[in-house]
Design a protein around this ligand. Structure first.
Ligand code: CA
Length: 228
């Protein structure tokens, strides 16, 4: 399951892309306006971005630049309405990895996204590490040293989100966004329950990691200072 950041102001095309990408197991976070897309991209988790260059407010090119300036290296595919080579060149210079000229066939977009995801390899961070903890993103497996953690899907997703931004505080709302694709059962107590379970499972395997609770702010996965 990969999360696509989509910025497209044309409501019809946006709706089609959401439907068709969702049907292919992508989770789509869609925005019709550049600044909101950039804000999401900098502060939330995503694997791939599809950015229309002609966006109201903040232009798509500045969204691409902003994401790269924030140090994000996920693959970005730009959409351009015009066949003008200037747009493509500007988009690629700004840090985009690929482009499609409208109108395009949805299958081509899906194929390009798949190719970008594969090519990115490390850019998509197929393994994440902190101390003795390793997550294999493709296999959806978490290990502490050589021991495989037996996690439910939600616990795994939670650990993935915490590890992806280890050392940083992640709010309950963000964790809920990461756990649930739709607005189902959005009860923040659920997050507390999952964090509690995950914390116990981690503790059974290692003392080197801790999920800290920062009241009113969220959670943070950190390495515990070892006292010899
Ligand atoms: Ca547009």
């Amino acid at each position: 399951m990969q999360r696509v950041l989509l910025a497209e102001d044309d409501p019809k095309l946006r709706g089609q892309l959401i439907d068709l990408l969702s049907a292919r197991d992508f989770v789509v976070e869609a925005f019709e306006e550049g600044a909101a897309a950039l804000d999401f991209g900098i502060n939330q988790l995503f694997d791939l971005a599809v950015i229309d260059l002609g966006l109201p407010g903040l232009p798509g090119i500045e969204v691409v630049q902003g994401l790269r300036e924030a140090g994000l290296d996920q693959p970005i595919l730009i959409l351009t309405a015009r066949a003008d080579w200037h747009d493509k060149v500007a988009g690629l210079s700004a840090g985009a990895d690929d482009y499609l000229v409208k109108p395009f066939h949805i299958e081509e977009l899906v194929a390009r996204l798949g190719a970008l995801a594969r090519r990115a390899g490390g850019g998509l961070q197929t393994t994440l590490e902190l101390g003795p903890l390793t997550i294999d993103v493709r296999a959806k497996e978490a290990r502490v040293a050589a021991q495989r953690l037996d996690l439910t899907r939600y616990e795994y997703n939670l650990l993935h989100a915490l590890l992806y931004r280890s050392g940083q505080v992640i709010s309950k709302a963000e964790l809920m966004d990461h756990l649930y694709q739709q607005d189902i059962d959005r009860d923040s107590n659920v997050i507390e329950v999952f964090v509690g379970r995950l914390r116990r499972k981690l503790k059974q395997t290692t003392e080197a990691l801790s999920i800290e609770t920062l009241r009113g702010h969220g959670y943070r996965l950190v390495e515990v200072e070892q006292i010899e």
